[in-house]
Design a protein around this ligand. Sequence first.
Ligand SMILES: [Zn+2]
Length: 419
Amino acid sequence: MTKIYCAKYLVPGNAPPIIGGALLAVNGKIVSIGRFADLRRAHPEVQVVEFPDCVLLPLLVNAHTHLELTDFPLWAQQFGETTEPDNFVDWILRLVRVKRKLGKKAYSCSVANGIRQSLAAGTGAVGDILSQYSSRKVYQGTMLHGVLYLESLGHDPEIISRFRNELRSLLAEERVGLMQLGISPHSPYTISADYLKDVYEKCFRQNLPCSTHLAESPEEIEFVVHGGGDLAKRFYPSVGWKYLIPKGSGCRPAEYLHRHAGLFPKNLLVHGVQLSGREIELLAKQQMSLVLCPRSNAKLKVGKAPVAQLLQAGINLSLGTDSMASNDSLSVWDEIAFAHNWFGGECDAPTLLKMATSGGADALGLAAQLGSLEVGKLAEFQVLQPETAVAENEIFDYLVAPGRTEEIVQVFHQGETSV
Ligand SMILES: [Zn+2]
């Protein structure tokens, strides 16, 4: 299939927007990109698909989510869990209560809904965390790229040994659909120190993608440093770990990961809300990537990520919606709009768009295929139709304003339309 796609504005992501821009796609890949007039002249015989008054740009990357929890709002209602939690630990306890009542089928339906909602919102790749491994099959035959991180956690040696065996056989599959398989040791506060180190060494040795929630809440800091606080008092007993509470490590979460072989670039860190200046320096030195989830952080009232310092340190940043247990939608467009407002002047519009495209593609190891519209990459893009005309100097302001999800008129995967 060979076609030229042109629009009023083409935003490649790696270069300034092109007015009257176009791209030539051949067999799902971008072969040429530039001004429509030039492409037309060079390829007069090729069919042209025109999007006048529209903006054409790359699909977005949701670098951290849990699509198996897409139906969480429905489940919470079904199980009478309608009171919004007051704090982080209340939120986890509610999540655990709801998850205990679910069957495997509920998770698979939820993943399917999550994939559907993501594609419709112009997302092309996800970093998805999965605790119910059997739901991975839902990805077969779908157009979402990314990494499916199989979640692993626990303190009980018997359960850990079961996890180890299961992971070994699943990871041999390597891929499900377009998704690469990896591991997510959930967080420093939900996994034993020995097992955590074990997982990191395995990932490093086998060059496997890995992802860890890190420095999300003040409760986590208290727990990792001192071994106390609400996570020890309320969360640990509620999941049967009352007698497995580790002693405080005496160090903050990033240093704790470093001590357990966890600071290698393929370990994608998530949240980083509570990172100190010294931790940020350490992450930069170790060439780590970090996913920010501002709407989830705001909803759980855990604080705001120090985005200016993170950018200053040169850490590769991306955006994630996290799950529907702590967010209102899976749209990265909605995340961008919220982040623009939430971070204020600390993070300008082009930087936010970079986080939602090439930053995410880099973080998931997909930079050669996705994240920007460039020759040689996949012809994966979306077309927005602004309700009111956008002037040339307003394109980035338009893209970070609320309401973009609703303006998606077409989404293309490898040159084929899917919406
Ligand atoms: Zn998460």
